[in-house]
Design a protein around this ligand. Sequence first.
Ligand code: SAH
Ligand code: SF4
Ligand code: F3S
Length: 443
Amino acid sequence: MKTFYIETFGCQMNFHDSEKVAGTLAALGYREVSRPEQADLVLYNTCSIRDKAEQKVFSRLREHRREGGNGKRFGVLGCVAQQEGERVFERAPHVSLVCGSASYGRLAELVARLEAGERRVTGLELDAESTFETPYTRRENPYRAYITIIEGCDKSCAYCVVPFTRGPERSRMSGAILEEARRLAGEGYTEIQLLGQNVTRYRDPSPAGWDFATLLGRVAEIEGIRRVRFMTSHPRDFVAEIVRAIDANERLCNHVHLPVQSGSTRVLRRMQRLYDREEYLERIAWIKAARRRIAITTDIIVGFPGETEQDFEETLRLLDEVEYDALFSFKYSPRPNTAALALDGQVPEEEKSRRLVILQEKQRSIQLRRNARLVGERQEVLVERYNPATGQWVGHSAENRTVNFTSPGGAADALGGRYVAVRITRAGPNSLVGEWRGEAEGR
Ligand code: SAH
Ligand code: SF4
Ligand code: F3S
């Protein structure tokens, strides 16, 4: 029997793509193995969002270079594949397959051509009009299932490779999304995460013509589903209806990830983000005015070309104003094809590092303060696993905080996949600690 190994880098979109690729290969008669040494076909699903991510795959390919031959094949998938195209063959000559995410619909055909002995095959068309749909998805998490609702991105943020690596926006039919969600609920999944580079641009191509808020409400109505999450929202396309939908249905998780990138309007303009500081804060105000408490998280880039000390201070002030529940922060990394390459005012590496540390320290104290307020509360937790090293169960609250908690019988309680009530007893900057207080009420 033929075997394959797949390693994934990058975002949840990539992670879920790999689940679909693995399912597709299984349907072609391949068996998945857990080490590249054992595999006939070694695949890397790659990320090129920052230079470091791109370098990772080439170092992986170098590590296993000598294992080529004996019929063993290497393939590069995902964003580096799309960005570098045939250049991958020059940089790593033992690679035989290069395929971007917009071409996964052709994966079965490309693999068949490899099996027939072709030395090099590529799938690099980017003008896809359809999304990658497959009935074969090998899901890693038994409780939470990802569903892609929109692929690609039509924005042109000056720093970002995604429009070049994932192509134009295309939404899936609402009927296909609901059918997948219903099937997953039937299989026992209780949490659904709707995925897209910009889910707020979702537009149902079928005659129903639903917008994103409508889709959210419909997915949350499905029998058996207890939690619906979504990633990522773009501030420009984020509308008040989304907050209303969250208020109207408890099954929609009270968490919005709304990447701001910078607190300075001047920098936001240079980034071509299509909103200014005030417009962003208006969205935050909608979220904070909701009846339910809604957690807010964000992404920030420091050291974008031309970012002055003053601009950076505006970002720091934004953190105080919004009080994010979590923050993902990055040093600006120049990327191929992007508009920012032509901007002047590159910020030195040491200065980027300095700003990153200051930003992260500030956020750490904000998170400590916010999490401390939760001590004494009861929170609903979807339990993921038992950690024998600490004797605690690990799960997530609806607001997406990590919660570690003890239960009377420990591992013997077999809580995996259950929704339980946990009383919070301690808070750190990145997680909560608590005690089991019984089953959570259904909703
Ligand atoms: N579609 C999402 C984000 C995709 S990438 C959105 O629009 O928000 C995830 C994060 O990586 C971005 O939010 C940004 O903060 C960061 N990022 C993207 N390109 C980057 C670059 N060239 N350098 C540093 N960080 C970058
Ligand atoms: Fe990149 Fe901007 Fe598109 Fe997000 S919205 S994927 S940051 S181009
Ligand atoms: Fe990386 Fe591509 Fe995702 S660049 S972040 S894997 S869309």
